[in-house]
Write a protein that binds this ligand. Structure first.
Ligand code: AMP
Ligand code: GLY
Length: 429
């Protein structure tokens, strides 16, 4: 098989890494890829969100299967263009991708199908309406921009003045672009978060191992939200009883709701959950694998990913093929200093080979590129140091040992990934 992977982050490096291990895979292309993916796949410098350019590339290279990593190609209708041509692709349709592309759409979907979620106070198109509505909500209140905002469109406002500042940035200064033209207000839920991702062919589904992301930039969940600073996976994250509840109260009603709304869904469906005291509730849907959740999930794979994804594209997923390593995995994200705000790029990265000498460690690249013989930084999230082991503690020790061998100017990472579950803090902290 020849496979095309779309995207260029850590999630896509994880996909390429695992697909390459399949004996049935001959060649992998990645568009646009990154400095690490370049060692495992042929990178093509086109924008994954540019549907016309990707169709033209696929016409030329004729992959047997295309796997879409990020949301933008999905929201732009890439899989629809592929399916019209009868090309095998993994990822939901443009219409289904609205579950991620519009928070108002997804909230209305959740309400229509009585799937537990945070109560919505309303959706608004002007700042004046929001300021009015803010007079009758309970603080802290959650403010969400409707459209895609690269993970920055959600704010937990402690009071009216902080809420007003955020609404001004989103709606009046248009800091996040058109994604901020509509805003919804919802109640704040308390509890632990969990990323529950399933793979579905439209009829059947298979759950992937559960993961927990760490969204805030600093230790102790301080500072602004990011795309994700690290993730881990253990089976204990989702004990059997809770897993059954999530399946019967959330996953199955979601798939039935999509079917009854006439929205076919094939690919990965990411269900962001809040494990509230009153039961699990949906915080968000994403129409793809999470990043860095994918790195932690794929590190536990014990099956042929290329085979299973081909099955999904062909509409016959066999969930018994998905086997997982017992134990745990962890991914620690190394970022450019300043991220998620402004940061510099072009910094030389040292220590990559030394880091990968540690058993069961894989350094997955995100914002990196090649500059001659060197690997340099090219984005906010730079590397995802990923490890698997018999226990979460052991996986974290390996990942942090490897991270300590890597260096670039102004490198930053959280020292407390998984610490809540293990009580472990990184060596040297
Ligand atoms: P979302 O993109 O909707 O998942 O929001 C990003 C992050 O904001 C989530 O991972 C949560 O940490 C937080 N969040 C979103 N909605 C709520 C809510 N209703 N209550 C508390 N936190 C929330
Ligand atoms: N790590 C969260 C996400 O991928 O949306």
């Amino acid at each position: 098989m020849n496979i095309l992977v779309l995207g260029g982050g850590g999630r896509e490096h994880a996909l390429v890494w695992k697909l390459k291990q399949s004996p049935r895979v001959e060649k992998i292309w990645c568009a646009p890829g990154n400095g690490g993916i370049a060692a495992d796949a042929e990178c093509v410098a086109i924008d994954a969100g540019d549907v016309e350019a990707v169709v033209a590339l696929a016409e030329k290279i004729q992959p047997d299967l295309t796997v879409v990593g990020p949301e933008l190609p999905l929201v732009n209708g890439l899989t629809d263009a592929f399916r019209q041509r009868n090309w095998a692709v993994v990822g939901p349709s443009q219409q289904a991708a609205q579950l991620e592309g519009s928070k108002v759409f997804s909230k209305e979907f959740l309400q229509r199908h009585r799937i537990p979620t945070a109560k919505m106070y309303g959706a608004f198109d002007s700042p004046e309406e929001i300021y009015e509505a803010l007079n009758s909500v309970k603080f802290p209140v959650v403010i969400k921009a409707d459209g895609l905002c690269a993970g920055k469109g959600v704010f937990l406002a402690p009071d009216f003045s902080a809420a007003k500042d955020f609404v001004e940035r989103v709606m009046e200064k248009n800091e996040f672009g058109p994604g901020g033209n509509r805003i919804l207000l919802e109640e704040t839920l308390e509890g632990e978060e969990l990323s529950f991702i399933i793979l579905t062919d439209g009829k059947r589904y298979a759950p992937l191992v559960p993961t927990r992301d760490h969204k805030r930039v600093f230790d102790g969940n301080q500072g602004p939200n990011t795309g994700g600073m690290g993730a881990y996976s253990t089976d204990e994250l989702l004990p059997e009883r809770l897993r059954e509840t999530v399946r019967s109260v959330i996953v199955e009603p979601t798939l039935q709701g999509l079917a009854s709304d006439g929205i076919p869904y094939q690919g990965f469906l990411y269900i962001g959950l809040m494990l509230a005291k009153s039961g699990p509730r949906v915080l968000e849907f994403n129409c793809r694998l999470g990043d860095p959740e994918a790195q932690a999930i794929l590190a536990r794979i014990d099956f042929d990913l290329a085979e299973v994804l081909s099955d999904v594209a062909a509409g016959h997923l066999d969930s018994s093929k998905l086997r997982w390593k017992t134990g745990a995995s962890a991914c620690v994200v190394l970022t450019s200093g300043g991220y998620p705000g402004e940061f510099e790029t072009g910094k030389k990265i040292d220590g990559l080979t030394a880091a990968e000498r540690i058993t069961s460690v894989m350094v997955l690249h995100a914002g990196t590129k090649l500059a001659g013989d060197a690997v340099v930084t090219s984005g906010g999230r730079v590397l995802g140091v990923t490890a698997s082991a018999a226990s979460l503690k052991a996986a974290l020790i390996s990942a942090y040992e490897a991270a300590a061998r890597i260096h670039f100017d102004r490198m930053h990472y959280r020292k407390d990934i998984g610490a809540q579950a293990t009580g472990l803090r990184a060596a040297g902290d």
